[in-house]
Design a binder for this molecule. Structure first.
Ligand code: PEP
Ligand code: MG
Length: 888
């Protein structure tokens, strides 16, 4: 086995350990289907290893490779009794990319390769179908001209459009053999004009050009963007599949289609797909013709009259149905299958695990356990935790007034409102200004990927459920309504029309990707409810996971949401957020600007009842579970008055001059507030602030106890500690305040005192700190900031350059960095050595990131804490971490 080129039927590929890594997803599945005896057109895969060699050899295919490719072509020739470049019975090939994971539409494909001025005549004679042969040749020139020779597609399209105008016809199908003959000449001339080269007539020259182009497309801009968004390493490279062509466009007994073994939108166990009679594959995906349904049931549900495949090609349909069931059983997963029917013979072109909505992923996983196709652990591993985000998205509040202006296909679920934009650039521009947009396009292409990411939702007027817009939006978790033929878009005027209204760029619409509705204005949405299959999957995950999942929350609403989502306590209650409330901000300002301790204490007394009330609410909601309350953290100047009016207000209350206030504000100014007077440094300078907060916590608990109400178990957390002395002083303060409140209320209150580990020194000296801390909570936001010395607030401006230059594969504030991991591990080890019983958790944003959760599980933490909507994601990710703990 030489690891370079594999025939689909070769037994060698069975011996490969991770076939997808070497053969790409498409190649690995073609080999497997070949060995299963399914009707796969003969061919071979050029492995990802060759991609590596290609780039090392300065983007050239060396002679060893070209010789081996030639040998493989001979094998196909033998298999199909045709010859490459033959003047009687020519073999035509498809050349397609196939990376380890599917990257829909990102890389290049070339069909009908092997046609030239002579073989096209042979094909016409052989098939007795001159029109078909010429149409195939012009498609080939178009694709090859574009992908390999770099002639922009519109040059060819313009020629066709002009030709149709002169002839006075509307559709491509109205053009006959002679018309295509003329256009073929025009196409070749355009190629010559734009590239100063003749369109290649040598079939091997064509083949090697196409293979090189596919390798080159791995480094295309759109592929790079897709990789970045989906965290696909650039070293993986792509494989290339060379396969004997079969034709879905030879007449009305031919067809091509895409079919899922279950419904990718709602997960129901019905095959679901689209096909087109007398067409080639790209016609279905590109959305240039509206495809028909595969099953009668789907056709009827959609109230469409055009016959489904089940009705128009019943025999082939039944063969396809059987193969789909076989494939699903074999792969034990829902499959997305491309097929072609050539003169009533069915060919399977590819199968892959089907992309699906999160709703469908959950249903399919749970159903497959019921059907005994997979077990519960498999089911838990089947659902991407990040994808749950869409399941947890709000839906439209049906009680509000909903003015539907048009309908389309429910391509990707979720309801969202935003300003209409007609270009990806505009979506990106407004996104930078924090404005929500709906990207409205006739159809999307891979160039739109950044705009689709920047927009909150996507609406297209053309294309089916397997169109680019639908597939990509589902993958991204963006709500999408596709193929709405009820809207007419005018890019020049920047408007779209429906039968009743005209919408201009900048106007707000709402789209409902679960039903396909397009609605004027903003519609209120409601919180999703977790039930049925979702709860079942979650209950399986909960049984598997060892990590607890808490939430970061400081409002009663968020706390309740998190508890409903299964949070097992609060891991971080940022008390400063309670200071910003309109009612109390004046007292907070008064407190900060006070010159004397007495004045400050007076102001604090005014804040105390508010804090106490907040804590009571939260402790009630989280009854029976731990709640970590963090004492005040941010720099004081964040609370300072800014406008003239605010300054006058404070001056009034404090009873001092406006000028005095302004000079105090000046005094409090810091050059580097993130590294300044914040965290426990405030507690050291102004212990009365922390005392007030502790008093509010303990009094809240004492009152709840007195009133016989259920309450949470408090954990008091000291922020931004870096030395043993800091934690010791602060712990004494907490304990003394607790003593006083207990004495005053004649009650006993249980609590823990611990600290955040969010500074490198704290991690390195964790043993000293653990002498006084009953728990550590890793504040990986600050720990990342201080480990790199990169400001959390400003990193957005240059992080992209770091990702583009491959310095970072991912933003370290999103997924935990290796260096930060090391610091966490040091702190865990030293902390445990000092205090065997120390409780360990994480409350930085990484606590809701599946990859970081896997690390937390490995590092031996007891819990992760994340924002309320990420709680289910973290529960599932924690279970997956447990199931894959021995894998990387
Ligand atoms: C942290 O630093 O990780 C943390 C959770 O605290 P904050 O984000 O409030 O600084
Ligand atoms: Mg912090």
């Amino acid at each position: 086995m030489n690891n370079l080129i594999f025939n689909f039927k070769s037994k060698d590929s069975k011996k490969i350990k991770n076939p997808k890594n070497l053969l790409g997803g498409k190649g690995a599945n073609l080999s497997e289907m070949g060995r299963m005896g399914l009707p796969v057109p003969p061919g071979f895969t050029i492995s990802t290893k060759v991609c590596e060699i290609f780039y090392k050899d300065k983007k050239k295919l060396n002679s060893k490779l070209t010789n081996q490719i030639k040998k493989e072509i001979k094998k196909i020739e033998k298999d199909v009794s045709k010859k490459f470049g033959d003047l009687k019975n020519p073999l035509l090939l498809s050349v397609r990319s196939g990376a380890r994971v599917s990257m829909p539409g990102m890389m290049d494909t070339i069909l009908n390769l092997g046609l030239n001025d002579k073989t096209v005549v042979a094909l016409a004679n052989k098939t007795s179908n001159g029109r078909f042969a010429k149409d195939s040749y012009r498609r080939f020139i178009q694709m090859y001209g574009n992908v390999v020779m770099g002639v922009e597609s519109y040059n060819f399209e313009e020629l066709i459009e002009n030709y149709k105008l002169t002839k006075g016809v509307l559709l491509d199908t109205d053009l006959d053999e002679e018309d295509w003959d003329g256009l073929i000449n025009d196409f070749k001339n355009v190629v010559k004009e734009k590239t100063s080269k003749d369109f290649p007539q040598d079939v091997y020259h064509q083949l090697f050009g196409a293979i090189s182009a596919v390798f080159l497309s791995w480094e295309s801009k759109r592929a790079k963007v897709y990789r970045k968004l989906n965290q696909i390493p650039s070293e993986w490279g792509t494989a290339v599949n060379v396969q004997s062509m079969v034709f879905g466009n030879m007449g009305n007994d031919c067809a091509t289609g895409v079919v899922f073994t279950r419904n990718p939108s709602d997960g129901s166990n019905d095959i679901y797909g689209e096909y087109l009679i007398n067409a080639q594959g790209e016609d279905v995906v590109a959305g240039t013709r509206t495809p028909q349904y595969i099953t009668k049931k789907a056709r009827k549900e959609a109230k469409v009259v055009d016959a489904s495949m089940e009705e128009s090609m019943p025999e082939v349909y039944h063969k396809l149905y059987k193969i789909l069931k076989k494939l699903e059983k074999h792969y034990k997963d829902m499959q997305d299958v491309e097929f072609t029917v050539e003169s009533n013979k069915l060919w399977i072109l590819q199968t892959r695990s089907g992309k699906r909505t999160s709703k469908s992923a959950v249903k399919i996983a749970v159903d497959m356990v019921r059907e005994k196709l997979i077990n519960k652990n498999d089911a838990v591993l089947r659902v991407d935790p990040n994808s749950l985000d869409t399941l947890l998205h709000p839906t439209l509040d049906e009680r509000s007034s909903i003015k539907v202006i048009a309908n389309g296909l429910p391509a990707s679920p979720g309801a969202v409102s935003g300003k209409v934009v007609f270009s990806s650039e505009e979506a990106e521009r407004l996104n930078e200004m924090m404005q929500d947009t709906i990207l409205v396009r006739v159809e999307t292409s891979p160039e739109d990927i950044q705009g689709m990411h920047a927009a909150k939702g996507i609406l297209t007027s053309r294309g089916g459920m397997t169109s680019h817009a639908a597939v990509v939006a589902r993958g991204m978790g963006r709500p999408c309504v596709s193929g709405s033929s009820e809207i007419e878009i005018n890019y020049d005027k920047k408007v779209f029309k429906t039968s009743s209204t005209e919408i201009k760029e900048g106007e707000t619409i709402t789209i409902d990707g679960s039903t396909g509705r397009i609605i004027l204005g903003t519609v209120p949405t409601i919180k999703p409810e977790i039930s049925g299959d979702f709860s079942k999957l979650m209950s399986w995950a909960d049984k598997i996971r060892k990590l607890k999942v808490r939430t970061n929350s400081e409002t009663p609403l968020d706390t309740q949401t998190a508890r409903d989502f299964g949070a097992e306590g609060i891991g971080l209650c940022r008390t400063e957020h309670m200071f910003f409330d309109e009612e109390r901000i004046l007292s907070v300002r008064e407190m900060i600007l006070s010159k004397t301790l007495d004045d400050r204490s007076n102001a604090l007394k005014k804040i105390l009842p508010h804090q106490k009330k907040d804590f009571m609410e939260i402790f009630k909601i989280m009854h029976g579970l731990p709640v970590t309350v963090r004492l005040l953290d941010p720099p004081l100047h964040e609370f300072l008055p800014k406008s003239d009016k605010e300054i006058s207000e404070v001056a009034n209350v404090v009873g001092s001059d406006k000028k005095d206030i302004e000079s105090r504000i000046e005094e409090l100014h810091e050059q580097n507030p993130m590294l300044g007077h914040r965290g426990c440094r405030l507690g050291i300078s102004f212990p009365e602030i922390y005392e007030m907060q502790c008093r509010a916590i303990f009094e809240a608990l004492a009152d709840l106890k007195k009133n016989k109400q259920k309450f949470a178990f408090p954990e008091i957390m000291i922020p931004l500690v870096s030395t043993e002395a800091e934690i010791k002083i602060m712990k004494d303060l907490v304990i003394n305040t607790a003593r006083k409140v207990q004495k005053e209320n004649k009650t006993k209150i249980e609590f823990l005192v611990g600290t955040m580990i969010e500074l490198p020194r704290a991690a390195i000296k964790a043993d000293d700190i653990a002498k006084h801390a009953e728990f550590f909570s890793f504040g990986t936001n600050d720990l990342t900031q201080t480990t790199f010395g990169i400001s959390r607030d400003d990193s957005g401006k240059f992080l992209n350059d770091y990702i583009d230059n491959k310095i970072f594969t991912i933003d370290p504030f999103v997924s935990i960095d290796d260096g930060v991991k090391d610091l966490v591990e040091i702190a865990v080890s030293k902390g445990k050595k000092q205090n065997k019983k120390i409780k360990l958790g994480i409350c930085g944003e990484h606590g809701g990131d599946p990859k970081s959760i896997k690390f937390c599980s490995k590092a031996g933490l007891n819990y992760v804490s994340c924002s309320p909507y990420r709680v289910p994601i973290a529960r599932l990710a924690a279970a997956q971490a447990e199931l894959t703990k021995n894998k990387n």
